[in-house]
Design a binder for this molecule. Structure first.
Ligand SMILES: CC(C)(COP(=O)(O)OP(=O)(O)OC[C@H]1O[C@@H](n2cnc3c(N)ncnc32)[C@H](O)[C@@H]1OP(=O)(O)O)[C@@H](O)C(=O)NCCC(=O)NCCS
Length: 154
């Protein structure tokens, strides 16, 4: 069953705050609590909240400290295909533009077609791959998204 997009006035997209630690650790178990606290302080987590509950997030990282890289975008399964990833991505892109960035990088495992299709659908273009970086030597497909509409942006 396809549900309609969640009305934007029922979803709050914002940077995570210290009060969000417990929920962030549930949603994203990779960094661990200590690193999660640092990431929150550095405005590296953006959450989508519905009925005072985070139902999706983006974890922002940087390549070489300065190149924006989306380490994770994740939407709770019951809320997928309702426009939340677009809301989160739009918030992130506005933020990066306000800081003068021109490009956002992201990536997906080479053996996972769905996330790759999503990246392409929302405007990312393939940008090479890192061979064998994952478990079982699976490649990682890199993607980049122009923040200015110019495909040649670096
Ligand atoms: C991929 C994911 C983030 C998409 O989130 P979502 O909230 O369901 O996406 P949205 O509803 O905002 O969809 C945005 C657009 O992408 C399209 N889309 C959604 N999932 C898609 C998929 N798997 N393949 C292709 N297009 C997809 C939607 O149809 C929509 O198109 P439209 O705006 O042109 O109508 C979500 O499915 C998810 O959390 N997956 C598990 C984690 C993951 O794979 N993350 C990405 C790689 S790190």
């Amino acid at each position: 069953m396809t549900l309609p997009p969640l009305p934007t006035d029922l979803v709050q997209v914002r940077f995570a705050q210290p009060k969000d630690y417990p929920r962030l650790c549930e949603l994203d178990c990779v960094p661990g609590e200590k690193v999660t606290r640092r990431l929150v302080a550095d405005q590296r987590y953006i959450i989508a909240e519905h009925n005072i509950r985070a139902i999706g997030l983006i974890r922002l990282e940087h390549i070489w400290t300065v190149v924006p890289y989306m380490g994770l975008i994740w939407i709770e399964p019951d809320f997928r295909k309702r426009g939340l990833s677009r809301l989160l991505l739009s918030f992130l892109c506005d933020h990066l533009r306000s800081e003068g960035h021109k490009t956002l990088f992201s990536s997906s495992q080479a053996n996972e077609p769905e996330p790759q299709a999503w990246h392409r659908h929302v405007g990312f273009v393939a940008s090479g791959r890192i061979e064998g970086i994952n478990d079982d030597a699976i490649d990682e497909v890199m993607f980049r998204l122009s923040l200015t509409g110019d495909v040649s942006d670096k």
